[in-house]
Ligand binder design. Structure first.
Ligand code: NAP
Length: 248
């Protein structure tokens, strides 16, 4: 399959892109940090395309997705993993932060999907979006309110695309705590979080059993993504959850 992974410079997106390439798919990897994308493409293997893309910029999304479609000769699968999750209590979340989170996690997904749509319709392909269990399985975690709201909106966005474009498969992939892979394949999601606030919130998350001792094995996530994409539009899977084995 010809697959574009958006948000593939680090973390889970990178693991998914490399994992799919190793299973024989032809990949384009997209994100802002080109050097890291180039490394990811190298890791994925010959023929993998590295394409700079900022999902908050309409022109960038258009240019990058069309470049992916041309380079791959079409698109059978789109994986949207781009996401940001600042750690802030809601009372400290300003409008600029809200806009950045929603622009990246929700509007970016809509922008990228819009460009990929004609290619996915032509191939009867599948678009899959990484959501989080904090939007649908656990209650919103204190300090991650804006993130939880954005992922709940993303969940509804996936349903809305499906309602308007039944020829394409649209899949919501709910993910629980996952440590990703090694090096740049480790999620960088929390790298900017404030240490003092983490220290305040950690006991609350822990008491709520959100900090599970078991984590999602990223290889299981890659396997599920492979299955979701290779099922195709006709038998597409609307929603799947990959969460840790047990809480606590
Ligand atoms: N790790 C977990 O336990 C977990 C659990 C549930 C869900 N998830 C979801 O998994 C996805 C990946 O997160 P991660 O944990 O692996 O963290 P990560 O390493 O920070 O990955 C985030 C990715 O999003 C990209 N990105 C951010 N802003 C972007 C923009 N404006 N344009 C293009 N790409 C952008 C980043 O690339 P650039 O900075 O290079 O642009 C990076 O590749 C997210 O959607 C997250 O919500 C993760």
């Amino acid at each position: 399959m010809r697959i574009a992974v958006v948000g593939a410079s680090s973390g889970l997106g990178r693991c998914i892109a490399v994992g799919l390439a190793r299973r024989g798919d032809q990949l384009a990897v997209l994100a802002r940090r080109y050097d890291m994308l180039a490394e990811a493409a190298k890791e994925a293997g010959p023929g993998t395309l590295a394409i700079a893309c900022d999902v908050t910029d309409e022109a960038s999304c258009h240019r990058a997705m069309e470049e992916a479609a041309t380079g791959l000769g079409g698109i059978d699968g789109l994986v949207y993993t781009a996401g940001v999750g600042p750690l802030k209590r809601l009372v400290d979340t300003d409008a600029e932060t809200w806009r950045r989170v929603l622009d990246t996690n929700v509007v970016g997904a809509a922008r990228v999907t819009k460009v990929a749509l004609t290619h996915l319709e032509a191939s009867r392909g599948v678009a899959a979006y990484l959501s989080s269990w904090i939007a649908s399985i656990t209650p919103p975690w204190p300090g991650l309110g804006a993130y939880a709201v954005s992922k709940a909106a993303l969940d509804k966005l996936v349903e809305a695309w499906r309602a308007e474009h039944p020829r394409v498969g649209f899949t919501r992939v709910v993910v629980g705590n996952c440590a990703g892979g090694e090096g740049d394949s480790t999620p960088q999601f929390a790298s900017q979080w404030d240490g003092d606030l983490i220290a305040e919130l950690f006991p609350i998350w822990s008491a709520s059993n959100y900090l599970t001792t078991s984590l999602v094995d990223v290889e299981n996530l890659v396997q599920v993504m492979h299955q979701v994409l290779h099922t195709g539009a006709d038998a597409s899977i609307p929603s799947v959850a990959v969460v840790p084995r047990s809480p606590g």
